[in-house]
Design a protein around this ligand. Structure first.
Ligand code: B3K
Ligand code: ZN
Length: 844
């Protein structure tokens, strides 16, 4: 397979001024007729090459005259006039047999599309690249009550509909949906007074009762983008469609967002608080793409972070505005530190703007998305809120209608602030997480901090240059009083010293407040200091971070030396739980423990070899010790945090439920499951129901409840996914692999449905002690199923293959089995480009 390089970018040799598509829908023989107005690009003459894959060409014409193009597996080339012309072609495709869920496919009898990144080429011959933008008109012929495409409706009658999208767009934003669907309607009036029709489309039946929250989320997002970014919606209609078989969360097609049903459908009985929050964020994310992605798109796929990093940053701001900025920041930072740092440290490390790829779908990663968002956050910190707002206004004004680059993005900040962002740009180009080593000194009332930065080599990038690191710091006196409030230091050299004068005692530094940069801090510190910051820091993120670091240190001693848990940690937690002035959601995140995977990473980091079972037992021991130490507080918290009245997913109620359920998890360790069983029976919402069930399963109980849950929700796909996932996640380590294998025999296990596949195999990959069972059974089961899945759905298989990302951390015996499994996969006949790229990188 061919590697594509950013440095080889060249504009297309033609402009497509308009395109008209006609679809004659049929399950295995859909006809697509395309008519394009083509104009040679005088600045960049080139061959008339159109992408096309898995298409049967019926005929092609230029200016009405039949032509015979050169057709390969990747597309066609045709002799073309040196003046404007009309290209026409008819192809046949087979949506019903399209199990890759890319291009046009069917899901439970409805037709839908997924074109990003390069799926449009499976629909018709076309320059399938984001810098070719055109005005689309679409005619759909099919025997369905609902026929949807992008833009505004221009006509419809029995068996056909026509849509016109006035905004030029790249092919990846094209969408079509046809089916027996019903709408949950809504309306929105934009700030300039334009009425917009809103719809959430679902299949008739129980899903109809799960649309109300999504509709409110959509309206909230529309209002928020007007108020915070000044961005208004720009069509007469906005449609969302829920689809069961979908490779990702959702897709921002212009005016016609397609959603994985798990990311839009919600009801109190079937969705947890976390589901509600995620659905709110994803609806916002896709809606925000209308400006950051659609009105301004990417020149090429290397610039993916231009739309994704910015849109994630915007949805993070939005979610913070709905509830607690502190808790949202803690969660985002925590995800960065666990999953993104892991990607950055392993064989799959790549820059936020990669310089090459084989299969672009493999680069929709946490690095591009979440680290991409962190880069925007750092820019905002460095230039300040006012300049950030001005730069964004300039970005929208200057690049509306463009396919833009990271250079364009940085230029608006340079133009607004006069600041040179040349060094900052390295953040986009250098992979790996920078480490900042900190040392300090206190002499004659002056405290000095010396920061030294270093980034380790990553695949293909042995040498790293220093970055601009916004480093937020506060100083706290031994009394607990803050003596220097947050200041933003800018680390630009390899090493710099910053001083703070006029202090009477040596302060305790609170470093990297608010996670001001995605870096790893290296500093010799003590548990006493961590406990001090956990109790006294005024920065909520750092308070959490101190608690997390303390928990990790305590666990490390428990795992490697069989030590008893440090009382400093348990007392610190008790103080936080008792402090009723603290937000319940904040208290709940303070109770979260590092994951087994993070502990394995920490052990590997210090030169050890992680023993998954020892880690598992260490965490279990700490959970029990915590439950005992806090046994006087937990029941009181549990009682205080009960939310009266009908369920509401608002942040405040959700925070209380979260804390109540954390308390329940401690209570359950001591009462043998009495309280959890009671909650399971009484719960009128999924949050409390599934949490109670999980607590019971944690102590090896809950068999009857699990069976009842399974039976009650047999007909609900999304709740059934939860049951599959929980059953694997809560299996004992020695049973996890067997449980996963057994679940694949259930009649409703369907590997063709990405949600269902992930519910079993995603849960297995996350079951650290189970997946890494010394027998290698977890590796082998995963490998077998990835091989089977790859033949149907390469994208989904490639994504799940990241389960093996950390394999080099473990002992030689485990490594040998993983190597065997990965090599067998690599050698599989007809392995997709997607999975073969991933496996190749992991084996390199
Ligand atoms: N842009 C899509 C992701 C497409 C993934 C293609 N493999 C959803 C999003 O980020 O909003
Ligand atoms: Zn996105």
């Amino acid at each position: 397979p061919q590697t594509i390089y950013l440095k080889d970018y060249r504009p297309f040799g033609y402009h497509i001024d308009a395109v008209h598509l006609t679809f004659k829908l049929a399950p295995t023989a859909t006809r697509v007729i395309a008519r394009m107005q083509v104009r040679p690009n005088a600045d960049y003459p080139g061959a008339f090459f159109l992408h096309g894959q898995e298409l049967t060409l019926i005929w092609a014409k230029i200016d009405g005259v039949p032509v015979t193009p050169d057709v390969t597996a990747e597309g066609l080339t045709c002799d073309a006039p040196d003046a404007p012309f009309v290209w026409e072609a008819e192809v046949e495709i087979s949506p019903d047999t399209n199990t890759a869920l890319e291009g046009l496919y069917t899901s439970n009898g409805m037709y839908c599309t997924q074109c990003e990144a390069e799926g449009f080429r499976k629909i018709t011959y076309y320059p399938d690249r984001p810098d070719v933008m055109s005005v689309f008109t679409v005619r759909i012929e099919g025997d369905f009550p609902v026929l949807l495409s992008n833009g505004n409706p221009v006509g419809q009658d029995e068996g056909w509909a026509e849509w016109h999208d006035p905004w030029p767009k790249p092919a990846y934003l094209f969408a079509l949906v046809a089916g027996d669907l019903v709408n949950h309607p809504g309306t929105f009036t934009t700030k300039s007074g334009k009425d917009v029709e809103l719809n959430i489309w679902v299949r008739p039946g129980p899903d109809e009762a799960k649309c109300a929250f999504g509709m409110e989320a959509l309206k909230r997002s529309m209002t928020w983008d007007e108020n915070v970014y000044g961005r208004e919606y720009d069509l007469d209609i906005f449609n969302i469609v829920a689809v069961d078989d979908f490779n990702m969360g959702a897709m921002e097609n212009k005016g016609l967002n397609v959603f994985n049903s798990s990311c839009v459908l919600a009801s109190p009985e079937t969705s947890t608080d976390a589901n509600f929050e995620r659905i709110d964020a994803i609806i916002a994310h896709e809606y925000f793409h209308n400006w950051t992605g659609n009105r301004i798109t990417c020149r090429d796929w290397f610039q993916l972070c231009l739309k994704e990093g910015l849109t994630v940053f915007r949805d993070q701001q939005y979610t913070g505005d709905q509830g607690s900025h502190a808790v949202k920041r803690i969660e985002d930072a925590s995800l960065m530190r666990s999953a993104q740092f892991q990607e950055d440290a392993g064989p799959l490390a790549h820059p936020v703007r990669p310089a090459s790829f084989v299969e672009i779908n493999n680069f929709y990663t946490i690095t591009v998305y979440e680290k991409g968002a962190e880069l925007i956050g750092m820019l905002k910190r460095l230039v300040g809120d006012a300049a950030y707002a001005q730069a964004l206004d300039l970005y929208f004004e200057r690049h509306d209608g463009d396919a833009a680059t990271i250079e364009d993005w940085l230029a608006v900040f340079e133009d607004v602030t006069g600041r040179d962002l040349g060094q900052f740009k390295r953040w986009y180009e250098q992979a790996g997480t920078p480490r900042v080593a900190v040392s300090d000194d206190f002499t004659n009332g002056t405290y000095s901090l010396t920061l030294r930065q270093h980034t380790r080599p990553t695949p293909g990038q042995p040498d790293k240059a220093p970055l601009v690191i916004p480093f937020a710091v506060g100083l706290i006196a031994p009394s607990g009083a803050e003596v220097v409030p947050t200041q933003l230091l800018e680390l630009t050299e390899e090493e710099q010293t910053f001083t703070f004068g006029g202090l009477s005692e040596k302060p305790v530094p609170s470093l990297l407040r608010d996670f001001s940069a995605p870096v790893i801090l290296e500093r010799d510190t003590t548990n006493a200091e961590r406990a001090f910051l956990m109790a006294n820091d005024t920065d909520p993120y750092n308070r959490w971070q101190a608690g997390d670091a303390l928990a990790s240190a305590v666990l490390m001693d428990m795992i490697t030396e069989d030590a008893a848990p440090d009382a400093a940690y348990l007392d610190g937690l008790a103080a936080i739980l008792r402090d009723d002035s603290l937000d319940p959601a904040f208290r709940a995140v303070m109770l979260d423990l590092p994951s087994e995977d993070e502990l394995a990473r920490d052990i590997a980091e210090t030169g050890g070899v992680p023993d998954p079972m020892a880690i598992y037992h260490g965490l279990e021991a700490l959970r029990v010790a915590r439950a005992q130490h806090l046994q006087d507080i937990s029941p009181r918290i549990y009682a205080d945090m009960q939310v009266a009245g009908p369920y509401s997913p608002d942040a405040k109620s959700a925070g209380k439920r979260r804390l109540a359920n954390s308390a329940l998890s401690m209570i359950t360790r001591l009462d043998g499951g009495v309280a959890a069983a009671r909650q399971f029976e009484a719960a009128d919402n999924m949050t409390n129901k599934i949490s109670a069930l999980a607590q019971l399963m944690n102590i090896g109980k809950g068999e009857a409840q699990s069976a009842a849950f399974r039976a009650d929700w047999k007909a609900d796909r999304l709740v059934t996914d939860k049951w599959f996932g929980l059953t694997v996640a809560r299996a004992a380590p020695e049973d996890a692999v067997g449980t996963a294998a057994r679940l694949t025999d259930e009649p409703d296990f369907d590997m063709g449905n990405p949600n269902r596949f992930r519910s079993v195999f995603g849960a297995l990959a996350n079951h650290h002690a189970g997946f890494h069972d010394a027998s290698g059974a977890g590796y082998r089961l995963m490998g077998d199923w990835l091989g089977k899945l790859d033949a149907k759905n390469p994208q989904a298989a490639a994504r799940m293959s990241t389960a093996f990302e950390t394999w080099r951390r473990y002992d030689p015996d485990r490594q040998a089995i993983v190597r065997e499994v990965l090599e067998a996969l690599a050698g599989q006949d007809g392995l997709s480009r997607d999975t073969s790229e991933m496996v190749g990188r992991m084996l390199a």
